[in-house]
Design a protein around this ligand. Structure first.
Ligand code: FMN
Length: 360
């Protein structure tokens, strides 16, 4: 503990503050946000998904989407490090559900990531892809102690390695894809923070007999929320929504304005093409989707291993929707958000948020 706060250690890496800015795709947490958060002493996280979409490598059709992704992940990390400085802690968030997951993870490790944070599925093979980079800390995102146990047992058996921490993300509050099998399960008490966090803390201490950190994510806004998580045994918190609407945030101004404007009745749950529930702002695109009449751009990248849109043309192209949101296209974008989006009332700076959280 330092100043009554836990010290967050992720393998060999120790940020000044026990805070991770969550990876937000597509493009919402790029090099500016991750670099500035890391410069302020927390873990800055680049979201690896779809970074190719606005890169010159891909957009000038010189290279395939997947080849470009690899290059842009490395370029993004390099730019983030230039902002953050050498002693900073930078993570890359890689989603298991992506077609080029293994390539994205390798690119992140080769590109100098200190930590790889991985969810949207169970990262059962993650250590295989980073075996040449033992200093890269590996942190699965889970929604229950059961998932943490399954991953740990598999890694120990196959790779003789253990996770360097777990992010426990609560579907009832978090943004983006949610770790629940259906919309009905999102508010299941078993997946609530008050159950999943202490359960996972207990699993780590009693069954793993380890002191790796458990990090709480979902619905965390201010110092009081952080303290509640620390009291339940978390050694760190991960926050997404609050950081998305910052001066340094990589999304367009229109994306950020949508956050400022969002009211409680605008925040809805949808079934994403990946077969997972997601939380988003109800704009014209989402309203059409919920009423069964959405028009979508064609699949252009085969970006996910399981995609209902690619298979059956049901739902919509999620890459297209998220990229439109990043670019601020209000009528056609999918604006993912956490339930805390209703608290966003201005464009903050990263420093302002850090001062609010730790300046006491
Ligand atoms: C716009 C947006 C995009 C997100 N994209 C990803 C992603 O690509 N991968 C991932 O693992 N989590 C993603 N998340 C989840 C965040 O990393 C974070 O864990 C979560 O939002 C924490 O909850 P909070 O937003 O209430 O702070 C996303 C969240 C938001 C708001």
């Amino acid at each position: 503990m330092s100043n009554g706060r836990p010290v967050l250690k992720l393998g060999k890496h120790q940020p000044r503050y026990p805070l991770i800015q969550g990876g937000m795709g597509v493009g919402i947490s790029g090099f500016r946000l991750a670099g500035n958060v890391a410069r302020c002493g927390a873990v800055g996280t680049v979201a690896s998904v779809g970074l190719a979409h606005n890169s010159p490598h891909y957009s000038q059709e010189k290279m395939s989407y997947f080849d470009s992704n690899e290059i842009v992940i490395k370029e993004t990390l390099q730019k983030a490090r230039e902002i953050a400085g050498v002693d900073s802690v930078l993570a890359v968030n890689c989603m298991v559900a992506l077609t080029d997951y293994d390539r994205e993870v390798r690119a992140a490790a080769e590109g100098g990531a200190d930590v790889i944070i991985s969810g949207a599925g169970l990262p059962l093979r993650l250590p295989e892809y980073t075996k040449d980079f033992p200093d890269v800390a590996l942190v699965p995102i889970v929604s229950s102690a059961k998932a943490a146990s399954l991953i740990t047992r598999r890694w120990e058996k196959l790779y003789g390695r253990r996770p360097d921490g777990f992010v426990v993300e609560e579907p009832a509050t978090a943004g983006g894809h949610l770790g629940a099998s259906s919309i009905e399960q999102v508010y299941d008490q078993a997946l609530s923070m008050s159950v999943a966090l202490p359960d996972t803390v207990r699993f780590v201490a009693e069954e793993m007999k380890s002191d790796i950190p458990v990090i709480a994510a979902g619905g965390i806004w201010g110092p009081g929320d952080m303290d509640r998580m620390f009291e339940m045994g978390a050694k760190g918190v991960q926050m997404g929504t609050r950081f998305a609407c910052t001066v340094e945030g990589d999304a367009s101004d229109r994306f950020k304005q949508a956050y400022i404007d969002a009211k409680e009745e605008d925040v809805v749950l949808i079934n994403s093409p990946a077969g997972l529930p997601g939380r988003a702002i109800k704009n014209p695109f989402v309203a059409d989707y919920l009423s069964g009449s959405v028009k979508s751009s064609p699949c252009f990248a085969n970006c996910m291993t399981h995609c209902r849109y690619r298979k059956t043309r049901e739902t919509f192209c999620i890459a297209g929707g998220l990229i439109d949101a990043f670019n601020g296209k209000w009528d056609t974008g999918l604006f993912f958000c956490g339930s805390n989006v209703t608290k966003v009332d201005h464009l903050a700076t990263v420093k302002e948020i850090m001062d609010d959280l730790f300046g006491r």
